[in-house]
Design a protein around this ligand. Sequence first.
Ligand code: PMP
Length: 383
Amino acid sequence: QDQLYLRIPGPTPVPPRVLRALAQPMVGHRDPLMDERVARITARLKPLFGTQGKVFLLAGSGTLAMETLLVNLTAPGDEVLVVTNGNFGERFAAIARDHKRNVHTLSFPPGVPTDPEAFRGALAAHPNLRAVIVTHCETSTSLLNPVRELAAIVREVRPEALVLVDGVSSIAGVEMAMDAWGIDGVATGSQKALMSPPGLAIVALGPRALEAMRAVDGPRFYADLRRYEDSLAKNTTPFTPAVSLLFALDEALNLIEEEGYEGVFARHRLMRDMTRAGIRALGLPLLVEDDAYASPTVTAVDVEALGPKRVLATLREHFSVVFASGQGNLTPRIVRIGHMGYVSPSDVLHYLAAFEVTLELLGHPVRRGAAVAAAAEVYTAWA
Ligand code: PMP
């Protein structure tokens, strides 16, 4: 397992410094040492989300963060519009349906970004929307939605609706400016660009969402952010937090701040561009064709002709490189390369080289070195 090069879109590799932070002795969650830690982490997460509001930490996965947004900002029977460009948008719609919201969806085929005009039309068609939900990076297809532009349309057409964003595979890899862009709530998890193990559900609410959350009268208990807000005033959490994961996140935030936000986001864009140039040089189609909507954190590659299963197995067997399979209908068609968090341009050159040899082993015609050469060109132009 130590030998595996984990290039999946989460969980992602955990840096040695973060691993060491995890090994710290346990402390009680009511200990002053923990209060300090919670205060420091939540204060440092706010600029990462771009909000003057509040950031809440729950023990759970990213899906809990999504559900927490929904149950705190909408009530049963409320109308919500969910934009779906793939599996995770579908999941948000399913969560809302299970919670008896009145769900409208606006769907796009895999790899196709949300069309602003269609979006405007959907908003116009539903005058009573309480919330509009968009996936920032749709991890199942590697699409990055233009959430800034979409939020601006909501503010214009349905100013009273809240804008909620699934940022599970974007936060800390892609810029987010909630308050400036008019985004009210964002959900994320610890195991992606935040370079920590799975198990923290992180929810950021802007000022408008905080007010809405206090007023919403719908059932919730563990996920009731009113409890978390009361506790946060004392720098603590209402229930036992994932103490060790908070140690990890604290150290991961140190790493992010040492590199600087701009450096972190630029590195992710660079890895995306290097990866896409390399894949194109291998003659394989990218699921997201338009560079403007390609995610900086994950890249889906069409390997239908070769068979994704064989590709993944060969890559792992020969090179210990692990890419992710597709999900649902896309399983027989794509593989997904995760390049977020503790991953560097050096890793991109490595996985492109391994992928290229893998394709040759599987009988796909390649010009040896073509992928690395194309990525090197991107790198040198940037450096
Ligand atoms: N949304 C997105 C965009 C994701 O990428 C993921 C995880 N792949 C989730 C939600 C769900 O997160 P979790 O598996 O941590 O519940």
